[in-house]
Design a protein around this ligand. Structure first.
Ligand code: 3HC
Length: 303
């Protein structure tokens, strides 16, 4: 069945090579998904060789895990590894027809990335962004061809979460959108078309869950009690673990974006900000209790 709002699929253009900007966790997960499902070459880029090497090594490691679980045979594993490569230069994207960025969530950086990519790809290549909350329209505003920009918002862990939010920006044309939907189908994701509005749909909901539990902790409720209180709702993950999975910095950024747009509805946790400023990427111990250092930040000091 055609997803609501999807243009006629005859407008979709073929995708024969994919570029992924960034070599962080999300980018690596995306590279694997694209290589596995589209079976086309996927090139990752990043600013420094170490990060790039780590990104490619992560993808190769995940391919080994799939092989180890018997999900793919050894020929397939070798074939997938050969499809995924890294390059420091965006020139490697010259013949890519679908480029997705998963770099740091800052508008100026994303705009610069798109400008650099546009300088090397063909005018019809799709430029997709995995942004969690930024305006896709604004990201495309300074490009020569803003009509080829689309939001392609995945959820972590990418290999497991079925949903993909496809964001139509102000100038996105039907061919780009049709290509996005066709690609999503080949990726075996369930795509929904959402408006280009702050944090789209799903992150608004998740931010409320995460923010509400963080707020209760700030007010003095025991962290584990506040987190577990949500368990009867049947969520696959309690909000603190979800905050850790998403990454405290990303969760904070989404909350800040939503707070700017809807100050009455979204609260930014000062304690989460303190956790991010202190450089913590993990909130919980292996027994899913709050780490001592994080607990101190929530209780406002060293007590
Ligand atoms: N990468 C790849 N695969 C992973 C993974 C990861 N990081 N984490 C889990 N998996 C796989 C496991 O390997 C396992 O696969 P298998 O069946 O082939 O062995 C499968 O997922 C299930 O894992 P587990 O049995 O270990 O654990 P669970 O059954 O508890 O599932 C979960 C783990 C899928 C992560 C589940 O807890 C879940 O759905 N959590 C909620 C995740 C969520 O809400 N994500 C959205 C975050 S918001 C976001 O990303 C948007 C951004 O913009 C902020």
């Amino acid at each position: 069945k055609k997803p609501a709002g999807a243009p006629d699929k005859s407008l979709a253009r073929p995708v024969t090579k994919v570029g992924v900007v960034g070599a962080g966790l999300m980018a690596g997960q995306l590279a694997l998904l694209f290589a596995r499902r589209l079976e086309v070459p996927v090139v990752l880029t990043d600013l420094d060789q170490d990060r790039l090497d780590q990104g490619v090594a992560y993808v190769h490691g995940e391919i080994d895990k799939l092989h180890g679980k018997g999900r793919i045979n050894s020929d397939k594993a070798s074939q997938l590894k050969a499809l995924v490569s890294g390059s420091l230069s965006k020139d490697a994207f010259a013949d890519a027809d679908f480029v997705i960025e998963a770099v740091f969530e800052k508008m100026s950086i994303k705009k610069q990335v798109f400008a650099e990519v546009e300088a090397v790809v063909s005018p019809e290549a799709v430029l997709a962004t995995n942004t969690s909350s930024l305006s896709v329209t604004e990201m495309a505003a300074d490009l020569k061809h803003p009509e080829r920009v689309v939001g392609f918002h995945f959820f972590n862990p990418v290999a497991v979460m079925p949903l993909l939010e496809i964001v139509r920006a102000q100038h996105t044309d039907d061919a780009t959108l049709a290509t996005a939907f066709a690609t999503a189908k080949t990726l075996k994701k369930t795509s929904v078309l959402v408006k280009d509005a702050p944090a789209f749909v799903v992150n608004r909901l998740l931010t409320l869950f995460m923010g509400t539990v963080l707020g209760a902790i700030e007010e003095g409720t025991d962290p584990e009690v506040a987190d577990r209180a949500v368990a009867p709702l049947g969520l696959p993950m309690n909000p603190l673990l979800l905050t850790q999975l998403v990454g405290p910095a990303v969760a904070l950024h989404v909350a800040e974006t939503l707070h700017e747009s809807f100050p009455e509805r979204f609260h930014v946790s000062e304690q989460l900000r303190a956790v991010v400023d202190a450089g913590h990427t993990e909130l919980l111990n292996s027994d899913l209790t709050l780490k001592d250092e994080v607990r101190k930040l929530f209780s406002g000091g060293d007590s």
